[in-house]
Design a protein around this ligand. Structure first.
Ligand SMILES: Cc1ncc(COP(=O)(O)O)c(C=O)c1O
Length: 408
């Protein structure tokens, strides 16, 4: 049997749920950030974790087209994926470099993060042996205590900066509390980094790209901008301070949509969904919507939250299941099976924004967007046109690499 004969054109199969990614919003958010930093300050877009769930290839190409200077990933595998698909701009691997990375850093022209003396020396010796030079950024620990050389360990920092084959093009730190308004730790970390930059400057040493701030630092602490900023969440359009709308003109990239699969009447006294945590007080019209925790929609607590159908907020009833969520549609008399449901869309109603959903589940927008499941179909908008994956490949001249398990 020829199995391929039985595979239909998947773009024509109707999708029970999907995400819409507005790449024009990414472009506009980049322009906004650019307007608030000095003209020579560069922008790095973190595209790790599949661009926080928005699709690392699509976002990388849109960022490249929007003249972003650097991309940031966490791991080597994420960086190689981007290079295999033809992404050209500098890629900084934000996670600490290990010796197994050395050959790939050179082959794929990637920029490593050096977090300790031992690896720095190893890399320098490796480069000497193979007869090439490579660029890296030195990570400084100013108080996050995750990665990096301590900001007051001047001897180690000077020693790493003086290596011959390893060119330390950048030096950076990461702020732990910039999204917590008024937290004195932020100032302390910025001060430690500034002091280090100044101490080195006395010796005439200045790594070309010093950087410090992610979204909250970029938006709230201009003194942390240095030579490059690394805002992720803000460029994806969510407020790092947690409220919607944000007090800055940033637009969310992601909308989550689903369809109604069934509509039925639940008699008074009957419970709905696993555990029967919601019991009808009166006959209630209930719709089962094709979105569940298998799609990344958080199960969390029961009887909490809303979806939007025809601009009407519909409360979630009982527990979110793996593939379905039941909602009260009593207020929409002629509601139909197959109708589109706005699951997350802050622009349609702030009460279903990513920020509101995150607050309801005691988490952060990052966790929700980065856990959106691959089974949701992706619709991209670029230059105000709807692009499917094939259109996107044509638009950005993306080559096909079938061996990779994920894409866009
Ligand atoms: C080193 C580094 N820089 C920048 C970012 C971007 O952070 P945000 O999305 O809060 O802007 C992250 C995210 O975790 C990070 O780890």
């Amino acid at each position: 049997m020829n199995l391929t004969k039985n595979i239909p054109d998947m773009s024509k199969v109707t999708h029970p749920n999907w995400i819409e990614i507005n790449l024009d919003a990414l472009h506009d958010n980049i322009e906004f950030i650019r307007s608030m930093i000095p003209p020579k300050t560069k922008i790095l877009l973190p595209v790790k974790a599949d661009s926080y769930g928005h699709g690392s290839l699509a976002c990388a190409f849109a960022a490249e087209a929007s003249n972003v200077d650097f991309l940031g990933v966490a791991h080597m595998t994420e960086a190689i994926l981007l290079r295999q698909y033809g992404v050209q701009i500098p890629i900084l691997i934000l996670g600490p470099c290990i010796p197994a990375d050395f050959p790939y850093l050179i082959e794929f022209k990637l920029t490593a993060t050096i977090s300790d003396m031992h690896t720095a020396r190893n890399f320098d010796e490796y480069l000497h042996t193979v007869g090439v030079k490579a660029k890296a950024h030195l990570k400084i620990d100013t108080g996050m205590h995750r990665y990096g050389v301590r900001a007051d360990d001047f001897d180690t920092i000077r020693a790493i900066l003086s290596l011959k084959n390893l060119e330390i093009e950048g030096m950076y730190t990461h702020l732990a509390t910039a999204d917590m308004a008024g937290n004195p730790n932020t100032e302390k970390q910025i001060d430690r980094f500034t002091r280090l930059v100044n101490v080195l400057a006395v010796d005439g040493i200045k790594p070309a790209i010093c950087h410090c701030s992610s979204s909250a630092g970029t938006l709230l602490h201009p003194e942390s901008h240095f030579d490059m900023v690394r805002p992720g969440l803000a460029l994806y359009g969510y407020n790092p301070m947690g409220t919607y709308p944000a007090p800055w003109p940033i637009k969310p990239l992601m909308k989550i949509k689903a369809t109604i699969r069934t509509i039925h009447e639940v008699p008074a006294g009957e419970g709905v969904s696993y555990g029967q945590y919601w019991v009808a007080q009166q006959p209630t019209k209930v719709a089962a919507v094709a979105i569940g925790y298998g799609d990344g929609y958080l199960r969390g607590e029961y009887n909490k939250g809303f979806v939007l159908i025809r601009n009407q907020l519909c409360p979630i009833l009982g527990r979110v299941c793996m593939d379905a969520t039941m909602v009260d549609v009593s207020l929409i008399p002629d509601v139909q099976i197959g109708e589109t449901v706005e699951v997350v869309n802050g622009e349609a109603d702030p009460r279903i924004s990513m920020e509101a959903l995150a607050e309801e589940h005691h988490t952060i927008p990052y966790e929700i967007t980065s856990r959106v499941a691959r089974r949701l179909y992706r619709k991209y908008y670029w230059k105000h046109r709807l692009l499917r994956w094939d259109d996107l490949k044509a638009e950005f001249k993306i080559p096909e690499f079938k061996e990779f398990p994920y894409r866009a």
